[in-house]
Design a protein around this ligand. Structure first.
Ligand code: NDP
Length: 330
């Protein structure tokens, strides 16, 4: 194949990383063993950071952007994968150290690939994307901690109307938990209730610095905001509860004290999606396949062309994206 195609590349412009549209050919792709014809990628917060240059996501440049991809195997030098296989990748350094999914073709390492679960289309897999699979990792982390049981107490989700948040609200609700959705956008209240939130909390009530131990309220939490929000969630978590920290949309700092840990036995569970081992990824995707409400997924998803990335990247940086955005790379 010698024809050219359009991809989004992060390159240095005036010494700063920036997303650019480039015409590439197969010769520009890495020499990995599996060639995938990419159908869709997604827009995650990290993709916004990478495209706008607001975060140093690309650790070498130029590099094809896009942390996720879903598509069909076209060629394979590895026995595990055959032409026609439907596959997806979340993370594994895509758009950071490895060429990513904002390209109609990509060559990838066989060990990064996951088989598309039967019950999802390629588009649905990317509607979930890194954000959704991270939400599933967070739910599993809370459950593995074992003190959190469906129907017992409130689980708070911060950044609830964003990508991680929307899937977390829906997945928790369909798994039987009582979900409190914290959002800064009043216009998303009905949407969050539709996804299964039983209570809505104004984001502002968590962004003001509070005391180290506040009134015990949450049995658990999934936090994609960080900063004072995470500190307050920890301070409002009940004795023996746990909070899964997965993001920094409100800040990378953690202005907290050790009090919730040492006086209430609260646990802070770290969630990383990028280098998660395959066994855990499969568990997360299995949970999504079994429990994620497909109508909710459709309600939270829009599909956008690659050409709209400049606008979309600014929007996700400004906290204006509701739910998930699938990127059609063709
Ligand atoms: P989104 O932009 O879709 O969601 C973030 C949400 O956070 C927003 O929708 C908004 O929710 C809230 N928010 C935004 N800015 C602020 C602010 N200044 N203060 C308080 N709340 C704010 O991003 P994603 O869902 O894709 O990602 C969320 C976070 O999780 C990001 O930091 C991302 O980097 C991280 N992440 C981490 C992963 C990991 O492996 N650990 C994997 C995937 C994501 P609302 O309007 O409802 O208040």
């Amino acid at each position: 194949m010698s024809q050219s195609f359009t991809a989004v590349v992060i390159d240095s412009v005036d010494g700063k990383p920036k997303g650019q549209f480039r015409s590439l050919t197969m010769a520009d792709l890495p020499d990995h063993d599996v060639l995938v014809q990419v159908a869709y990628s997604t827009l995650n917060y990290k993709d916004g950071l990478a495209f706008t240059g607001k975060g140093r996501i690309a650790r070498r440049m130029p590099i094809i952007a896009g942390a996720d991809l879903a598509g069909t195997v076209v060629e394979s030098r590895n026995a595990a994968w055959k032409p026609g296989d439907k596959v997806l990748i979340n993370g594994f350094g895509l758009s950071e150290t490895e060429a990513g999914g904002y390209s109609p073709y990509q060559r990838v390492k066989p060990e990064w690939l996951m088989r598309l679960p039967d019950s999802f289309s390629l588009e649905q897999a990317m509607a979930i994307g890194t954000a959704g699979y991270t939400a599933a990792l967070a739910v599993l982390a809370l459950e593995d901690w074992s003190r959190i049981k469906p129907g017992e107490g409130e689980v708070v989700v911060t950044g609830a109307a964003g990508g991680v948040g929307s899937i977390a609200v829906s997945l928790l609700a369909s798994s039987g938990y009582l979900v409190t959705a914290s959002t800064g956008r009043e216009e998303t209240h009905d949407y969050l209730k539709h996804l299964g939130a039983s209570a809505i909390m104004d984001r502002a009530s968590l962004t003001e610095k509070g005391g180290p131990l506040q009134k015990e309220r949450f049995t658990g939490g999934i936090d994609s905001v960080g900063g004072t929000t995470l500190a307050n969630v920890l301070a409002q978590t009940v004795y023996g509860g746990a909070v899964a920290a997965c993001g920094l949309a409100g800040g990378a700092d953690l202005p907290a004290t050790v009090m919730p840990f040492i006086l209430r036995g609260v646990s802070l569970l770290g969630i990383d999606s990028v280098m998660t081992p395959m066994v855990k990824r499969e568990r997360a995707w299995q949970r999504l396949a079994e429990k994620l409400n497909r109508d909710h997924l459709a309600a939270m998803t829009t599909v956008e062309p690659l050409s709209n990335l400049p606008t979309l990247a600014d929007a996700i940086m400004d906290g204006r994206i509701r739910g998930r955005v699938v990127i059609d790379v063709n």
